[in-house]
Design a protein around this ligand. Structure first.
Ligand code: ARG
Ligand code: ZN
Length: 889
């Protein structure tokens, strides 16, 4: 598969054959499973004529019948992952029996074994690895599923919908039959056969439906399920309150599995989750883990409406369900935690993961028009930028019209498989706002740049903002154009939310010249053209603009802020995102100067005013309306990877040294207030992951990480004391992460003791691997190699690979980009070893090469060497081939 085939959105055609009902019978045996499928099929009156083509991958066909009649060998052909049957009636029942080998399914797509149980993952195209089927989301059918397995080894048998019958069989086996009342695409099918324990609760919906909520986990983990179960009930309530959407089934089950490629999966009524987003106990999970559980549980639950009741017509429309569902889980997060901090974290993730993607070889619009391997498109663009696009609609039309648009979307499309246009049309029709131009967000790739310049006319008391947008073509557009599939690019339609601050930090009332209406102290400008001018009247003195509040559009904002203006915004802006953003901009400007002058002493490029601004920032956490969580976010310097994106040619060593120098400088200058804050923020109550406690811990641990930079005996002792006194995993990991960067004897003994204590908890071992792979100490590259041979590592387990290898490549730029090429070699070695086992995970590692062309010629040569080596591999998966091929183009 060295030259993967490209699939185009423009080639979409409706399915020739539809499936009304599916009866599956899956018998799990030692070493194999027999899958009998009975499909009631008929010709689609709305599609072109054609033979019956079914998808099937790694299936061994045992028997095939149409309307009860076995087919002769010349009546069908199975090759190239397609089963073709040339002649069928317009309406018929197809029965197949296939043999599959879930124990050998290391891809974790389809039916696979994890530890002692069997689980499924069918999105995007895993169902074809279970049985022959028209495996595309616009074929929706009603499913029943009967499972058979050994009763003592697999006492729990689950599938979608409702349990309808069960019983015992000969040989110590048992069976269970499930029926899903809702028609669904095959990617939402799931089944489980395993030894699991369960915790249950009941949720009563507004209309009085009693829903059994259940979380299934491997034996011994019941004490780690409470948070996920509570998050599920909270999500159910939230979706009723905010969108009027109720749960539609009597059973809602979450099953946690330790081997899982992604975060979780929204299978109808039977979500399957990576254990990482289910299991939590104060001594095993951090505050961040608890928050991630809330978000992922909510995300999968929200999919029941945005994804399952209304699904995607084809995989190009993935953002229809993912962007919208991320938007919904983000808003849930903003409601149940702090709105400002949650939004800041989103913006940070978007800029850290999505902006580089949009600037690299894999750039694509949120609704790509072509792809080679769909599994490569579960991206930050489709998910996070997709959510930003929905958020812009929300901002442009307002909350009430957005709700009406959602209602209209469900009224029109419940039970259908639809497109992104259908969603935008519902929003347009409900709001009356024309969104034609807005659709460019679905079709154009790349991060637009918004250039804003201001001028002040003192005599006329007018303040003018000139806004220009730039949206240069990406490799995606170049490729499409070269293929003759180019599109005419044009300006985006986006909301620019802003306020103006006077010299005292007060927010000015805003009135656009020529308009009567005063808009309050915040307004939303409609940006539609390449260049636009906005004039504000009655402005008594030149203000400081607070632009792009709440990060109102996913753009790069270019405005020539002075350091004084930034410190002013840091102190006074009413918008939490922009207070944080001002601190980030200030630090970025200073760091870029330091990076450009690596041999100059730090105190010559670090202005005293910056240190004072940071001092005031820290102090602000302790005022009456202070928010420690927000201060913690603002105290953290921009990441090395973020700084790299701001440079023409990346210099990883200079970035690392400058950032470290600034951290050390702040630690020295603010030692006293940091220490005082560290002591004052201690939480004495029993652990709870609530925002208030978590916020205090976050700030306290940021203080600790600065203090650890002092490098003296006292600071080392502080880190060790923090580790010893930690009463929860959040504090433990804060100390361990600091210690992992210190070349002190205690480092080894503590890491060893940590492992000895936690080697039975897989998720905690992942943390142990990750603090080591992200260490800045010189030996990290060889430590990672050594850890790959450690009993704690298992290349077949995605979480282990992500913790040790992906974290090294993506979050340790100093070592991944080591000048000798050793980091690139390590990544390539892992990719080549992993590709035959699990191409999806291998491909995700390969993505860490995305930005290789931004480095100096010597590093580029080393990276190219590894990319070429991967590309040359015989039998490379389409997943890795697409990523590496695009990188080398
Ligand atoms: N739909 C899932 C979610 O976002 C993700 C599943 C992705 N699976 C895959 N093989 N790419 O919740
Ligand atoms: Zn999703």
């Amino acid at each position: 598969m060295n030259a993967p085939q490209t699939i185009y959105l423009k080639d979409y055609a409706p399915p020739t054959w539809l499936v009304d009902t599916v009866d599956l019978d899956i018998a799990i045996n030692d070493g194999f499973a027999l899958v009998s499928a009975r499909l009631a099929m008929r010709r689609n009156p709305d599609a072109a004529a054609g033979a019956l083509l079914l998808d099937g991958e790694d299936l061994h066909l045992e028997s095939i019948r149409i309307d009860g009649r076995p087919l002769g060998a010349d009546e069908y052909a199975y090759s190239g992952d397609k089963l073709t049957i040339t002649s069928v009636p317009d309406d018929f029942v197809l029965e197949t029996v296939v043999r599959i080998e879930p124990d050998k399914n290391t891809q974790l797509s389809g039916l696979y074994r994890s530890k002692d149980g069997y689980f499924t993952q069918c999105e995007a195209q895993g169902f074809r690895r279970i049985t022959f089927y028209p495996d595309r989301p616009d074929v929706m059918a009603r499913f029943t599923c009967t499972l058979h397995a050994d009763k003592s080894r697999f006492p729990v048998l689950l599938s979608n919908g409702n349990p309808v019958a069960q019983g015992d069989e000969d040989g110590g086996r048992h069976w269970a039959k499930w029926q899903d009342p809702f028609a669904k695409p095959a990617y939402l099918f799931a089944c489980v056969a395993a030894k699991l324990e369960v915790v249950e609760d009941t949720y009563v919906t507004t209309s009085g439906r009693r829903v059994r909520c259940a979380v299934y986990v491997e034996p011994g983990k019941l004490d780690q399920c409470a948070h996920a179960l509570a998050a599920l009930k909270l999500s159910m309530k939230w979706d009723e309150d905010v969108f009027g959407l109720e749960m539609d089934l009597e059973h809602y089950m979450i099953v946690a599995v330790g081997d899982f490629n992604m975060g979780a999966m929204e299978n109808k009524g039977l979500n399957i989750f990576n254990t990482k987003f289910v299991l939590a106990r104060p001594d095993t999970a951090t505050d961040t883990d608890y928050q991630n559980i809330d978000r992922v549980v909510a995300h999968e639950y929200f999919h029941n409406w945005t994804g399952n009741r209304v699904t995607c017509r084809d995989w190009f429309q993935l953002s229809l369900k993912e962007g919208l569902t991320v938007f919904r889980d983000q808003n849930f997060g903003m409601d149940v935690h702090s709105a400002g901090v949650t939004r800041i974290q989103e913006v940070r993730t978007l800029r850290a993961a999505q902006y580089p993607e949009d600037a690299g070889p894999m750039a694509h619009p949120i609704r790509p028009a072509s792809y080679a391997e769909i599994n490569n498109f579960y991206t930050a663009t489709v998910y996070e930028k997709g959510a930003e696009v929905i958020r812009m609609i929300h901002t442009l039309i307002g909350k009430d019209a957005f709700r009406k648009g959602m209602d209209l979307y469900f009224a029109r499309h419940d039970g259908q498989a639809v497109t992104c246009e259908d969603f935008v049309a519902a929003m347009q029709d409900a709001s009356g706002l024309n969104l034609d131009q807005f659709q460019r967000w679905y079709n154009q790739a790349g991060t637009p740049k918004l250039i804003v310049r201001s001028s002040y006319d003192a005599a006329g008391k007018r303040y003018t903002l000139d806004v220009e947008q730039q949206y240069p073509a990406t490799p995606y557009e170049e490729r499409m154009t070269a293929e003759g599939n180019g599109i005419a690019r044009g300006p985006y339609y986006m909301p620019l939310v802003l306020g103006l601050l006077d010299a005292k930090g007060n927010e000015l009332p805003l009135r656009l010249a020529g308009e009567e209406r005063v808009q309050g102290t915040q307004c939303t400008l409609s940006i539609r053209k390449d260049k636009q001018r906005f004039v504000f009247a009655d402005v008594d003195a030149e203000p400081v603009p607070s632009l792009l509040r709440g990060f109102s559009a996913p753009v790069v904002l270019d405005y020539p802020y002075s350091n004084d203006e930034l410190t002013h915004l840091m102190a006074f802006d009413s918008d939490a995102v922009n207070r944080w953003e001002a601190a980030q901009r200030l630090a970025t400007g200073i760091l870029l100067k330091g990076i450009a002058a690596p041999s100059v002493p730090a105190d010559t490029w670090i202005p005293e005013s910056y240190v004072e601004a940071m001092r005031r920032l820290l102090a602000s956490a302790f005022t009456a309306d202070g928010d420690p969580a927000l201060v913690a976010e603002a105290l953290v310097l921009p990441a090395e990877t973020y700084l790299a994106e701001q440079m023409e040619v990346v210099e990883p060593d200079a970035i690392h040294l400058a950032r470290l120098a600034l951290r050390q400088h702040l630690a020295q200058a603010l030692r006293e207030p940091l220490l005082k804050a560290y002591h004052d923020l201690k939480v004495d109550r029993p652990y709870s992951p609530d925002s208030e406690q978590a916020g205090k811990r976050a700030l306290r641990n940021v203080c600790l990480s600065y203090l650890a930079e002092l490098g003296d005996e006292a600071s080392h002792a502080l880190v060790l004391a923090h580790y010893e006194q930690a009463a929860n995993m959040t504090d433990t990991m804060a100390a361990l992460a600091a210690l992992a960067n210190l070349d002190v004897p205690a480092r080894h003994s503590v890491l060893d003791a940590f492992y000895a204590r936690w080697k039975g908890e897989a998720l905690v071992v992942d943390k142990w691997l990750q603090v080591q792979s992200t260490s800045r100490l010189p030996n990290t590259g060889s430590d990672v190699r050594a850890l790959m041979a450690h009993e704690a590592f298992d290349i077949r387990n995605p979480n282990k690979v992500y913790a040790l290898v992906r974290a090294f490549c993506a979050a340790n730029p100093k070592h991944f980009h080591a000048a000798d090429g050793s980091g690139y070699k390590l990544a390539a070695d892992v990719i080549l070893q992993l590709d035959p086992l699990n191409p999806q995970v291998a491909s995700r590692i390969a993505r860490t090469f995305d930005r290789w062309k931004k480095f100096d010629p010597a590093r580029q040569a080393k990276a190219r060497e590894q990319l070429e080596r991967i590309k040359a591999q015989v039998g490379l998966s389409s997943d890795v081939a697409e990523v590496v091929g695009k990188a080398l183009d």
